[in-house]
Ligand binder design. Structure first.
Ligand SMILES: Nc1ncnc2c1ncn2[C@@H]1O[C@H](COP(=O)(O)OP(=O)(O)O)[C@@H](O)[C@H]1O
Ligand SMILES: [Mg+2]
Length: 461
């Protein structure tokens, strides 16, 4: 299968974006429709009002101008107009206006031509100095006059602009609201998924008895029950395997003891045996010891697997514990160096496990590297390090991880081993270290050889 292209946005971000976009589209279209309708109806209303008033005024102009010697200025003053509207009168070649600012110039030439010359009523929108206005012109042919009304749309324009701004603000607020809602909803919807991830991580981290609790999420009931079922099976299986190893090791112990005792008896009669039987006996004894070692290590490691390994913590002076541990190894004379800050350092550790770590590492150095050159205790950034150095062949870089795995024996183990190794020693070192909340690794020793390091938290696990 070809790998799908990875989406950059997370699920939550995508849901949030979708909500915001939805809210934006909806509110923007609502706003645009509202604005267009409001503009349309206001304009229509105003224009009808102006037109109505213009007809009334034109009629008044006609009746007044019919009587000879009519007072035109008085006539203009008596005309009634819609607020914001101004009257302009044309009478036999002369122009009169009610307002100083709005005179003949305010009326477009085309309009003047249409109404005055051709005697046709007209209405049009026209821009004067950037201000939109509505012009209505009505001819009064009986007296050779024309009546105009000029209505400024500036106020209307301002009102519409405020409306547009408010609508845009509302659309923006709705979009933000949509995003917030999307974030909240996706958070709620994805919460059970987060729980699943947490529980899976817990199980992967070794807490095998962790289970999902999603009884209240009907949609996830199937997922939860299958998940828990899987975890049950996994736990049962791991426990069964751990128990199997431990059972087998236990079962092997008593026949092994019997065998060892019998071998001891034969060994005491070694001198009476012919040469070839003696060689066979030596082989048997070596293999026997290896076997017993392996069973002891297997029992130990199966306790880790069953989760039954418990730390028995004591406050101990680490340098003393290390010195004592070295004394019971195969190389009891290895110098022990206590680094600065580690002298008389008291730490909370499991003494037996620290001894096992040292024994394993010093014995390995004896077997594979001609003996340890130094065993050290060092303080390092809130941690303590147990160090075992040797001047042997070292561990090749590609083997450094593998030698800590179970039953893994490095190439030197195969070549130079004394037949006692089982490949469990360093795996146990790692387990002991992990139990303390620490870790173990091997690196190059400056000047040749290897340097095994076990790092433990100084403040206890
Ligand atoms: N000090 C050392 N120098 C070189 N190789 C080593 C050293 N210690 C361990 N090894 C390698 O690591 C392997 C694993 O060691 P270990 O887990 O103790 O198992 P075992 O000793 O039973 O072989 C050994 O077989 C050996 O090849
Ligand atoms: Mg070993």
């Amino acid at each position: 299968m070809r790998p799908r292209r990875r989406l950059r946005l997370g699920l939550r971000a995508r849901v949030t974006a979708a909500f915001a976009l939805g809210a934006l589209v909806l509110s923007a279209s609502m706003s645009i429709i509202t604005y267009a309708a409001a503009r349309q109806s206001t304009l229509a209303n105003q224009s009808a009002a102006v037109l109505r008033q213009a007809y009334v005024n034109a009629a008044l102009v006609r009746s007044t101008l019919r009587s000879p010697g009519a007072d035109i200025v008085g006539l203009l003053g008596s005309l009634d107009t819609v607020p914001g509207s101004n009257s302009v009168l044309y009478d036999r070649g002369r122009w009169y206006a009610t307002s100083l600012g709005v005179g003949q110039d305010a009326i477009s030439p085309a309009m003047q031509d249409l109404v005055v010359t051709h005697g046709a009523p007209a209405r049009q929108y026209h821009q004067v100095g950037g201000v939109p206005q509505l012009e209505v012109g009505l001819p009064v042919p009986e007296v050779g006059a024309a009546y105009f009304e000029v209505f400024s749309l500036q106020d209307l324009q301002r009102t519409l602009r405020i409306l547009a701004l408010s609508l845009a603000g509302a659309a923006l607020a709705t979009t933000v609201g949509g995003a917030v809602l999307g974030r909240w909803a996706s958070g709620r919807a994805l919460r059970p998924l987060g729980e699943v991830a947490e529980v899976a991580a817990a199980i992967a981290g070794g807490r095998l008895d962790t289970r999902l609790e999603t009884a209240d999420e009907a949609d996830l009931a199937t997922l939860a029950s299958s998940f828990n079922q899987m975890a049950d099976n996994l736990q049962a299986r791991i426990e069964r395997e751990a128990r199997f190893t431990s059972d087998v090791s236990h079962e092997l112990r008593s026949p092994l003891t019997t065998l060892a005792t019998s071998l001891g008896i034969i060994q005491s009669r070694r001198q009476e045996l012919p040469e070839r039987s003696r060689q066979a006996l030596d082989l048997l004894i070596a293999e026997m010891s290896r076997f017993q070692h392996m069973v002891t290590d297997l029992l130990e490691i199966s306790r880790f697997d069953a989760g039954a390994a418990e730390l028995s913590l004591d406050e101990v002076p680490l340098d003393e514990v290390v010195r004592q541990a070295v004394r019971v190894t195969r190389a009891p004379d290895v110098p022990v160096e206590i680094g600065p800050g580690a002298t008389a350092l008291v730490v909370r550790v499991d003494k037996r496990r620290i001894e096992r770590i040292i024994t394993n590492l010093v014995d390995n150095a004896y077997t594979y590297a001609g003996g340890a050159t130094m065993v050290g205790v060092e303080a390092h950034e809130g941690q303590v390090r147990l160090v075992v150095e040797d001047a042997g062949p070292g561990v090749p870089a590609e083997d450094r991880r593998r030698v800590f795995e179970r039953f893994s024996r490095g190439s030197t183990g195969g070549r130079r081993g004394d037949g006692e190794g089982t490949g469990l020693g360093l795996a146990l070192v790692t387990e002991h270290a992990h139990l303390h909340g620490g870790r173990a690794w091997v690196e190059d020793r400056p000047g040749g050889g290897s340097r095994f390091v076990v790092e433990l938290p100084a403040s206890g696990p």
